[in-house]
Design a protein around this ligand. Structure first.
Ligand SMILES: [Zn+2]
Length: 401
């Protein structure tokens, strides 16, 4: 189960300076980058990584001399310390700061989400930056608490990132919705009903296939011919946008539905994404699938955090090859399976969704098993009338194990 706690969400956007001089800001960012690298060099030479208080003594006066405000100075040496620590732990080489990015917290930044404006100060001058993004997107962050602002200058463009803090406190679910995801459809099972939602992955795939066809047709030319290149790029972009747009919309739909009924959402834990997709879809589509699955999972998880909906990540092993009724290994004729032992009959997606749902009950059992006695769980389930007995028996069994 995804633990409750603090999660972060970032608003990342282009920014335009509306008060203050851009050249002054760029100079501040340059000095910031230089000072950060200085701290890294000095820390790198030391045999032992010093404690934070020692690091403070080492660098704080120097950074203040460079004109940085107190909190900015702290952020600089903390960042240097973190970079050096992780590089040394991973036996990496000395970190080199390439980007012009400054980290600012509440002392040195002001965020006004009503007028889409951020004010920042690094040394002695305030700058006012306007966030450039779709209004709907910015509005989503309204009312959230922010923690940090990052200002970045890259390839002639100014960017601002605002990191918001979300306290995730999932409610205690009354049941769960199991989600089985494949390229064609999302299949859900809530303990009694199976529902199917067509995806738009296939549309995205066909856009991509057309791009690849063009590349094949003009194997040498497509890279250099402006017209073909822009066509290829547009198709790839469209494929990506279809996926992203669809992921956002369906994540919202599913999460709000779960919230309405007080349910948890159960998903396969896709940490070992690659094997999974190869098993499900075959190797040939795995690249786009990987992107899609990851985006969909991200979209669902970020929505659940926003709405305090509990998420259960279940072990994805054999979800589509185990009979949900008796546990026998299933074999398929195309997408349909009939259990040799108990005659349970269903298609692949349905079996996946049911198994995911069943596994989410194991998680419950793990969470609450120590405090609830088996009969009490059973009564509760009957009263709510939402959880079928079949699943509950399995759950109780696992508590007793
Ligand atoms: Zn069976």
């Amino acid at each position: 189960m995804m633990p409750e706690g603090v999660y972060y969400r970032t608003l990342k956007a282009r920014a335009e300076i509306i008060e203050g001089n851009i050249n002054d800001l760029l100079w501040d960012l340059t000095v910031y980058k230089y000072a950060l690298q200085k701290c890294i060099e000095a820390l790198w030479e030391l045999d032992k990584i010093p404690k934070k208080s020692q690091v403070h003594q080492l660098f704080y006066p120097m950074l203040r001399d460079h004109g940085f405000r107190a909190h900015v100075a702290r952020n600089i040496y903390s960042t240097a310390l973190a970079l050096v620590k992780s590089a040394k732990e991973n036996n990496g080489s000395k970190p080199v700061v390439k980007k012009m990015t400054a980290r600012l917290d509440y002392q040195d930044a002001k965020v006004d989400m009503d007028s889409h404006v951020v004010k920042v100060i690094l040394r002695d001058k305030w700058y006012t930056l306007k966030i450039i993004h779709k209004k709907d997107f910015i509005e989503k962050f309204k009312g959230l608490k922010w923690k940090e602002v990052h200002v970045k200058y890259c390839n002639g463009v100014l960017y601002v990132s605002i990191i918001f803090v979300i306290r995730y406190k999932p409610y205690v679910p009354r049941g769960a919705i199991g989600l089985d995801i494949n390229l064609r459809q999302i299949t859900t099972y809530d303990g009694s009903n199976v529902r199917r939602y067509r995806t738009r992955f296939i549309d995205a795939l066909s856009k991509r296939a057309r791009a690849e066809e063009l590349q094949r047709k003009h194997p040498r030319r497509w890279r250099y011919n402006k017209r073909i290149l822009s066509r290829v790029r547009a198709l790839h972009r469209k494929a990506r946008n279809i996926v992203l747009d669809w992921c956002r919309k369906s994540a919202k739909y599913i999460v709000l539905k779960a919230k309405k009924y007080g349910y948890a959402i159960a998903l396969e834990d896709l940490t070992n994404l690659r094997e999974n997709i190869v098993e499900k879809e075959g190797v040939f589509v795995w690249k786009l699938s990987m992107f899609t699955y990851r985006k969909l999972q991200e979209a669902i998880i970020s929505k659940t955090i926003e709405h305090n909906v509990p998420v259960i990540l279940v072990n994805p092993r054999n979800t589509s090859t185990t009979c949900p009724r008796c546990g026998t290994k299933l074999s398929y004729t195309y997408r349909l399976a009939i259990c040799r032992k108990c005659n349970f009959k269903a298609d692949r997606d349905k079996i996946g969704a049911i198994n995911i749902w069943l596994r989410s009950l194991y998680v419950y059992a793990g969470e609450h098993g120590s405090t609830l006695s088996a009969p009490a769980v059973k009564d509760e389930a009957r009263q709510s009338g939402r959880i079928k007995d079949e699943g509950m028996k399995i759950m109780i069994k696992s508590v007793q194990k």
